[in-house]
Design a protein around this ligand. Structure first.
Ligand code: SF4
Ligand code: SF4
Length: 206
């Protein structure tokens, strides 16, 4: 976006971004660790709030276009590559939505914290844009006071650092030898995320 200086935003707490069936709340290893601490959940507990999503490209789109929209790359699973995200109810709502509010607010994923903005790496700092869904459907845009550009940029820098860690995890996880399908089961994946220290390899201990 050309400038943040005149951008007004105030979340009206309508819950639309948490209810839209077409949105996947793509989570990173850091998000999984933060949520697990908040929920006091182990691997089995986390598997109750996470979903594995296989996303087909729309007409005229490629898998690269799909990847471009996601925060965190697809991960190999025993059923094929999938994006990791928060579980959705059959209505399309996020599993953490209670009425119109978030029941996991202090531990919500970074993508929820950065909404309605999205970020890409750029030379002098993050390139900031309004997320596709937000541009068309978020009633908070244009409401309230002006955003603080420095704060938004700092949020972007943080988000991109975490995405860097998430991509390193994905490279390491996806680089495992394919011979053993057990190695790609969801419980191993979530276990590797919970055990991981930033910068450590993704492979779980045998
Ligand atoms: S759609 Fe916009 S206004 Fe509504 S809850 Fe999400 S961020 Fe807030
Ligand atoms: S984690 Fe909370 S803020 Fe994020 S989509 Fe779910 S209900 Fe909404």
């Amino acid at each position: 976006m050309s400038s943040l200086a005149n951008f007004r935003f105030h979340c009206t707490k309508c819950g639309a971004c948490c209810k839209y069936p077409g949105l996947i709340v793509n989570v990173t290893p850091r998000d999984v660790r933060v949520l697990a601490r908040h929920l006091k959940a182990d691997v089995a507990g986390m598997l109750k709030v996470l979903g594995f999503y296989q996303v087909e490209p729309g007409e005229g789109q490629s898998q690269e276009d799909v990847q471009e929209r996601m925060v965190f790359p697809a991960l190999k699973t025993h059923r094929g590559p999938a994006y990791l995200g928060l579980l959705k109810r059959s209505t399309g709502e996020c599993t953490f939505l209670a009425g119109d509010t978030c029941s996991a607010y202090p531990a919500r994923p970074r993508i929820c914290q950065t909404f309605p903005f999205s970020f890409k790496p750029a030379g002098e700092g993050p390139e900031i844009s309004v997320a596709r869904f937000a541009a068309t459907s978020c009633p908070g845009i244009g409401q309230g006071g002006f955003v603080n550009p420095a704060k938004v940029k700092e949020t972007g820098r943080l988000a991109l650092a975490e995405i860097g860690e998430a991509r390193a995890f994905a490279r390491s996880w996806n680089g495992q030898p394919e011979g053993d399908p057990e190695a790609f089961k969801p419980a191993r994946l979530v276990g590797a995320m919970l055990a991981r220290k930033p910068g450590a390899p993704a492979r779980p201990k045998k």
